[in-house]
Design a protein around this ligand. Structure first.
Ligand code: GDD
Ligand code: MN
Length: 359
């Protein structure tokens, strides 16, 4: 495969030559090009790129003004002539020696190969606690709502050109991979561990405003995927389930004299079933596979998954009340919240998960 390595730069003059040398020795024998996308860096990174292009296969895209990391990568994509596209930073925090493993994965059939900090063997060296925490939090949010990839914030990855062909990519800020994960066309993703090295020369361009941009980006991607609607429908169904549960509990134990624990068991089961049926017909209408067998399979999964949700609710209620001394009604609210998140995730990721309905 021909490889295009896209490198966004802003004031990276001191890193560029080392980067290009290390890429060149890592990719010896491969057909490749390096596409440097520079936003007219005041330190003259673009000029150095021009000089280096006499000795190395470098293409320079010099943009008039500063338009940001993610948009630089997209410009890089549109100038790439390879069929395997690699994206990486210029500052040597992404070790070029990892590139061959990314390419190998794509050549081996992966659509997307992500250099990952958050799988076994990966990690971060030298980040202060605060940056670590922010990165983990941001990653957790993306994984909660958008993707199951372990390091969706990685700025270091390779993909088959077809993944982004025709995709309407327009991310704000920094997180280009997240945009690709949501809007790209792919089926096989692999993650390859690497260590994010400390920056030796120059400074990070990540500012407070990028954190805000990230949240905006997250919300717009959730909209794109129709997530808020789904979440809302799921909540409405859940609230209805609570009514079913309470109503039946009342009818069974008060009006029919059933023991309250047996009534509770029956009404929990009924609310699980009503939740399942409503979600199947409404919330996840687009995800259901036709046929009675698959319907029953989802029903059983719902019983297991939502049953665990009930257990989580009780566990949180018990722990917060007994161990932290919270009032039990408050503990229960938190328990309900925890169970709600659990149920939604188990719904999206397991009961109605996407590849249930391969066409
Ligand atoms: N063209 C252009 N324009 N390039 C930019 C701009 C810009 O406005 N801002 C940053 N860059 C370039 C930098 O020169 C560098 O090559 C790369 O983008 C990454 O910028 P850093 O400022 O070093 O980012 P970071 O180290 O804090 O975060 C990086 O690594 C994380 C972990 O993989 C980014 O890639 C993050 O997106 C990523 O999560
Ligand atoms: Mn960096």
């Amino acid at each position: 495969m021909k490889v295009s390595i896209i490198v966004p730069t802003y004031n990276e003059r001191e890193n560029l030559e080392i980067l290009v040398k290390r890429i060149s020795s890592s990719l010896r024998g491969e057909e490749y090009e390096v596409i440097v996308v520079d936003d007219n860096s005041p330190d003259g990174t673009w000029k150095l790129a021009q000089e280096l292009s006499r000795f190395y296969p470098i293409k320079l895209i010099r943009r008039e003004e500063r338009k940001g990391l993610a948009s630089a990568v997209i410009d890089g994509f549109s100038h790439a002539t390879g069929n395997c596209l690699v994206v990486m930073d210029a500052d040597l925090q992404h070790p070029p020696e990892v590139i061959p493993r990314l390419i190998e994965a794509v050549e081996g059939g992966a659509d997307l190969a992500i250099a990952s900090r958050y799988i076994k063997g990966g990690g971060v060296r030298g980040w202060p606690f605060f940056r670590r925490l922010i990165s983990r939090g941001a990653t957790w949010l993306a994984r909660l709502f958008l993707t199951s990839v372990k390091d969706p914030m990685s700025g270091f990855f390779a993909l088959r050109k077809e993944v982004i062909e025709g995709a309407d990519l327009r991310p704000k800020g920094y997180k280009i991979l997240l945009e690709v994960l949501v809007k790209g066309r792919y089926s096989r993703v692999v993650e390859i561990p690497y260590i994010f090295e400390p920056r030796k020369i120059g400074r990070s361009k990540l500012k407070g405003k990028h954190y805000v941009e990230y949240l905006e980006h997250l919300i717009s991607l959730m909209r794109y995927k129709g997530k808020p609607q789904r979440l809302l429908k799921f909540a409405v169904v859940g609230a209805f389930g609570v009514l079913v549960n309470e109503g039946l509990l009342f009818v069974l134990s008060e009006l029919m004299g059933t023991h309250y624990l047996l009534s509770a068991f029956l009404s929990i089961e009924c609310s699980i079933l009503s939740n399942f049926i409503l979600n199947d017909l409404w919330t996840f209408k687009d995800r259901g596979h036709p046929g009675i067998r698959s319907f029953l399979k989802r029903a059983i999964k719902s019983n297991i998954g939502f049953g665990a949700g009930v257990f989580i609710n009780l566990l949180v209620l018990f722990m917060l009340t007994e161990l932290m001394g919270l009032h039990y009604l408050i503990s229960n609210l938190l328990g309900i919240a925890a169970a709600f998140i659990w149920n939604f995730l188990i719904g999206v990721r397991w009961i109605w998960r996407k590849n249930n309905y391969k066409h």
